[in-house]
Design a protein. Sequence first.
Length: 258
Amino acid sequence: MKVKYDEYDIYYEVHGNGKPLIVLNGIMMSSLSWHQFIEPLKDYQLIFIDFIDQGQSTNGMQTTHSMQVQVVKTVVDHLKLKEVNLIGVSYGAQIAMQYAIKYEVNQLMICNAALYTTPWLSDIGRAWVLAASHKDPELFYHVTIPYIYSHHFYNKNNSWMRERKEVLLDVFNESFMNRMKRLIDSSEGYDIREAIKNVKAKVHVVASQFDYLTPADQTQKIFESIEGATFSFLENCGHASMYEMPDDFVKMIKDHFV
């Protein structure tokens, strides 16, 4: 399904009934990325949204975080949701927190994120942009994908990773690369270290021991900045925690969103 935000067509999906959970994508993801969780979370109403420059939503000219926040608000209003519950991973977590700063949110789960774009993360983003500029799918894969996973998972599941690589080489076309550059650029200047205190939702924060993009100590600062927040630390896990530990991910959702 699609809804209009400004001149953009925003793609979203709704699965099931029950307590509504809006699930917000990491930077390389789309609604399709969450389909494996539909059955395990069948007791909820799952709402997946493709941000501008993701999945089946429209391309942007110059994408910003504030635009993505309004994308979420557009879907919330369109569906006439009586309560807003957000799950955000990485890029989606940044948008979820900014949404909760601006609008009323009941419950919030933040996974593998930081309060601002650190110099470390900014330079990683620059490397990704440079790789994308070469329009070489294999180069882009090797500069990005290995660091999204923990070394434990990557080494143990190397056959799966090789199969995944073949799929992603087809996904990493010129259009995808251009979208990635705009999405990465949209995170430059992201900083909610002061504004985060305005979040009033019930919040659960998830950090991973071997997150090489948003290290656990950075994610923990989100937990420390929100009064009443709870915290989970995933050992031997990387940035893509929902894929490395899907059972733990589902359990945390069920424990938090009751």
